[in-house]
Design a protein around this ligand. Structure first.
Ligand code: ZN
Length: 149
C-alpha cells in the first residue's frame, strides 16, 4: 500500500468497486456456527447483519448482509475481506487502528490496506457511522467471544 500514492481518484475507484461488487455479502448457510449481530443507523438506510465464525483463535469467516449505503457497503466489504484468516489479536488491532484513523488520531497505516480509502471520513461527520458500522459490529462480536471464554 505504501508503494503507490492513494489519490482521491483511486480512493473513489476502490470505494465504487466494493460498492458495485461487495465482498463477503451473504448469509452463511451454516448459520448455527456463526455469531451474529445486527447493526443499524438512524441517520442512514444502513441496517446490516455481521456474521463471524472463529476457530482456534482465527477469524475463519466474516460475512455480512442487509441494506447499506455506498459508504457502509464499501467499508464493510473491505473489512470482511481483510479479516479472513486473521488471528483475533490482529483483528482487534486492525479495528483499533481503523477507528483511530476515523477519529483523526495517529494510526498505523501499514495494517489498513484498502481501508485507507476512508481516511478523510472525519471531514464528513455524517458518514462516520456509515464507515464504522460493520467494523463496530465485528468488534462487538469479538468482545462477546472473549467474554464467553
Ligand atoms: Zn450509510
Amino acid at each position: 500500500m505504501s508503494t503507490f500514492k492513494l489519490t482521491p481518484q483511486l480512493m473513489r475507484a476502490i470505494i465504487m468497486d466494493h460498492y458495485e461488487n461487495p465482498r463477503c455479502r451473504k448469509t452463511p448457510e451454516d448459520l448455527e456456527n456463526y455469531r451474529k449481530i445486527n447493526m443499524n443507523s438512524s441517520g442512514c438506510v444502513d441496517d446490516i447483519w455481521v456474521y463471524l465464525k472463529v476457530e482456534n483463535e482465527i477469524v475463519e469467516e466474516v460475512y455480512w448482509e442487509g441494506e447499506a449505503c455506498a459508504i457502509s457497503t464499501a467499508s464493510t466489504s473491505i473489512m470482511c475481506e481483510m479479516m479472513q484468516g486473521k488471528n483475533i489479536d490482529d483483528a482487534l488491532y486492525i479495528i483499533d487502528e481503523y477507528k483511530k484513523m476515523i477519529d483523526e488520531q495517529d494510526y498505523n497505516e501499514s495494517v489498513l490496506g484498502e481501508a485507507l480509502v476512508f481516511m478523510n471520513t472525519s471531514k464528513q461527520p455524517a458518514r462516520i457511522k456509515c464507515a464504522t458500522l460493520g467494523w463496530d459490529g465485528l468488534l462487538d462480536l469479538l468482545k462477546e467471544l472473549e467474554e464467553d471464554e
